[in-house]
Ligand binder design. Structure first.
Ligand code: HEM
Ligand SMILES: *[C@@H]1O[C@H](CO)[C@@H](O)[C@H](O)[C@H]1NC(C)=O
Ligand SMILES: *[C@@H]1O[C@H](CO)[C@@H](O)[C@H](O)[C@H]1NC(C)=O
Ligand SMILES: *[C@@H]1O[C@H](CO)[C@@H](O)[C@H](O)[C@H]1NC(C)=O
Ligand SMILES: *[C@@H]1O[C@H](CO)[C@@H](O)[C@H](O)[C@H]1NC(C)=O
Ligand SMILES: *[C@@H]1O[C@H](CO)[C@@H](O)[C@H](O)[C@H]1NC(C)=O
Ligand SMILES: *[C@@H]1O[C@H](CO)[C@@H](O)[C@H](O)[C@H]1NC(C)=O
Ligand SMILES: *[C@@H]1O[C@H](CO)[C@@H](O)[C@H](O)[C@H]1NC(C)=O
Ligand SMILES: CC(=O)N[C@H]1CO[C@H](CO)[C@@H](O)[C@@H]1O
Length: 240
């Protein structure tokens, strides 16, 4: 009996912990004055209060804590992209940035996004349902494999090139875009094989939330720059 209870509590405790995290971080849609970014994950973290809900004065230590608590991603990943975000700071304190600071084109924001329009069309940062519809048309199965993610991304870049006469992606922006596909596969699937749940990915992009309501929990497998780059290389290696 005692052993059975111990076994039960050992099985349940990670889940209880995960539910406690979700409970302490409810989704609340942003108000009209809250700042948001072109990044669906920074926005989701703010919408769940892992980052300041007003999207103002975000520091590196805020990012590092949020990455760990929300998605089990290591500090090296937060530091890599967070240090670039800080170069766009308009807060008056070089150690913090506002989420909308990273709207600035050419810092991180680039053409050929999966769910955003290019700066050529005006709004470079808001979720754009027609562009996202084009991307998710490739998500025909319940699971988004590495191959599916690669195909959806390549199709978006190819279509964009026919629509935007000024389309321009530098080598580093092309790499960032690969990493962004690696990021969503990692968080909503796993860091090695991808295989993300389509419903989680759709809720994440469309509602900018961590899809606890669909059964998602903080990944048990940790990720970091090495895992993200390794998975990005697998995406790049798919022949599309
Ligand atoms: C310090 C942390 C981060 C910063 C400063 C940041 C910033 C950005 C920015 C500026 C973009 C827009 C790029 C574009 O033009 O498409 C972007 C896109 C994206 N980010 Fe983040 N990001 C961060 C972390 C993350 C994390 C942890 C994830 C995990 C899922 C993530 C997922 C994505 C995805 C999937 C996109 C592509 C959106 C699209 O193509 O429509 N980001 N990020
Ligand atoms: C953000 O930081 C700036 C400069 O450090 C400060 O003036 C401002 O009051 C802060 N805003 C919020 C909402 O914390
Ligand atoms: C700037 O922001 C950092 C990080 O939040 C904080 O530690 C520091 O006190 C701030 N500096 C000023 C002058 O407000
Ligand atoms: C979405 O992006 C397209 C360009 O691809 C643009 O024509 C359209 O106006 C955008 N939609 C919204 C709601 O901004
Ligand atoms: C996106 O696709 C959905 C479902 O097919 C459709 O209802 C919606 O009107 C589309 N939105 C845009 C902006 O194309
Ligand atoms: C593309 O953008 C880069 C960096 O912003 C710039 O140096 C380059 O001249 C641009 N190329 C074209 C063809 O516009
Ligand atoms: C990932 O998905 C692919 C294709 O559906 C499948 O072959 C593979 O076994 C999956 N990997 C894992 C670890 O589930
Ligand atoms: C990154 O994460 C993987 C998987 O958890 C781990 O094996 C590796 O040691 C980590 N690498 C670094 C540099 O933290
Ligand atoms: C640098 C730049 O032009 N960024 C633009 C991105 O889109 C927003 C919304 O349309 C503009 O306000 C920014 O100026």
């Amino acid at each position: 009996m005692k052993l059975a209870l111990l076994a039960l509590s050992a099985t349940l405790s990670p889940l209880v912990g995960a539910h406690a995290v979700a409970h302490a971080h409810p989704y609340v849609a942003p108000t009209s004055t809250d700042r948001r970014s072109p990044c669906p994950m920074l926005n989701s973290m703010a919408n769940h209060g892992f980052l300041a809900r007003n999207g103002v004065n975000i520091s590196m230590s805020d990012l590092i804590s949020a990455f760990d608590a929300a998605i089990n991603m290591a500090a090296d990943a937060a530091e890599l992209v967070g240090s670039v975000a800080l170069t766009a700071s308009t807060t008056g304190n070089a150690s913090t940035f506002n989420l909308d600071d990273v709207d600035k084109h050419g810092i991180i924001e680039h053409d050929g996004s999966l769910s955003r329009a290019d700066i050529y069309f005006g709004d470079n940062h808001s979720f754009n349902a027609s562009i996202w519809n084009g991307t998710k048309a490739y998500f025909t199965e319940e699971v988004i494999t590495i191959s599916t993610a690669a195909t959806a991304r390549a199709a978006r870049l190819a279509l964009d090139a026919t629509q935007n006469p000024s389309m321009n992606m530098t080598t580093s922006q092309f790499t960032s875009s690969l990493i962004e596909s690696s990021l969503y596969l990692t968080v909503f699937g796993n860091p090695v094989d991808g295989n993300a749940s389509r419903s989680y990915v759709e809720a994440f992009f469309e509602e900018e939330r961590l899809p606890y309501h669909l059964g998602w929990v903080r990944p048990t497998d940790g990720s970091n720059v090495t895992t993200l780059e390794t998975l990005a290389a697998k995406i790049a290696a798919v022949s599309v």
